[in-house]
Design a protein around this ligand. Sequence first.
Ligand SMILES: *Cc1c(COP(=O)(O)O)cnc(C)c1O
Length: 384
Amino acid sequence: MPALHADMRKSSKGKAMKVPLLDLKRQYVNIENDIRKAVDEVLASQYFILGPNVKLLEEKIAAVCGTKYAVSCASGTDALLLSLMALGVGPGDEVITSPFTFFATGGSISRLGAVPVFVDIDPDTYNINPDLIEGCITERTKAIIPVHLFGQCADMDRINAIAKRHNLSVIEDAAQAIGATYKGRPAGSLGTLGAFSFFPTKNLGAYGDGGIITTDDEKLYDLLSILRVHGSKPKYFHKYIGINSRLDALQAAVLLVKLPHLAEYNDARRLNAQRYNKLLEGLPVSCPVETPDCRHIYNQYTLRVANRDDLIACLRENGVGTEIYYPVPLHAQECYADLEYQAGDLPVAEESAKEVLSLPIFGELTAQEQEYVAKCIADFVLKR
Ligand SMILES: *Cc1c(COP(=O)(O)O)cnc(C)c1O
């Protein structure tokens, strides 16, 4: 056992520190004045739905994501739903996606009466395994939704090549990956459409729900802009049956204050990830694997470890917040029982669900807090 870890075990016997999984207040105190000013301006204008703030945000997000267009909407879930609607996905269609993701990825497919077809993941990145996609394509397949899980892009060149061969569209579920890159190109510019979430825990979080869709395709852009306002253009003339899904002007104002800080927020998370990698080196835990093509932005820092549940209990006892993303893969969810997947069908996703846990990684986390978290982990894994 390395001497460092022996010392850690002793010092971790001291009283418990509290390290939350995420503390948004630490970010807020640094931008509070700007946020209050921006929110006050919206209140003074009494202009709440769409409008100039929303338009400006859409232009700025398109620029960050390297696309011609961006259409905002009410959530990341709606960004996926509207994307599928714009592609004409409906009953009887199949959409290939990852089982190891937040429920919205599969739910948005099912909402339209289409069938999610789950393809197992790569054990290192937890992203959809491109080797397994082609075997799941049928004449009903309409699209592929790769998820850039935890903030690292899926293997998009290979996925796009498959999509091209079979004439399929690709929607990036980039909810966790704003500012991530793949071979130098930003998430959101890698498929037909990119779906992002502004849920408060994402790397660019609003103060409520919000989402946005990026694309280079002018026709899809026009269609999405109509679908989010009940399919009407002009107002009260309905060419399509759309939905009501718009970004609030208040959320846009908040996001316009935060967007200039996004690069710095992502860099801080990357630095924290490197720090954990060093602190946990040599221990019997698997740290996140960064693939050389990707710039990971660590929406989550996710470990794989045997005896995961005991480690979580131990960390909780020591005041360290953790979470399991995700405890049940989508194909094993109760609501998808009718899809008739069996245990063992998607073994990598199923094993991952039993072994992963995510640690506090937010940008304002201190080095001391990370050292403490690592000490607690070392203490646990070395004593056994
Ligand atoms: C957060 C998230 C969504 C949904 O976003 P909401 O804004 O919460 O609707 C979809 N997919 C993934 C992978 C997510 O992490």
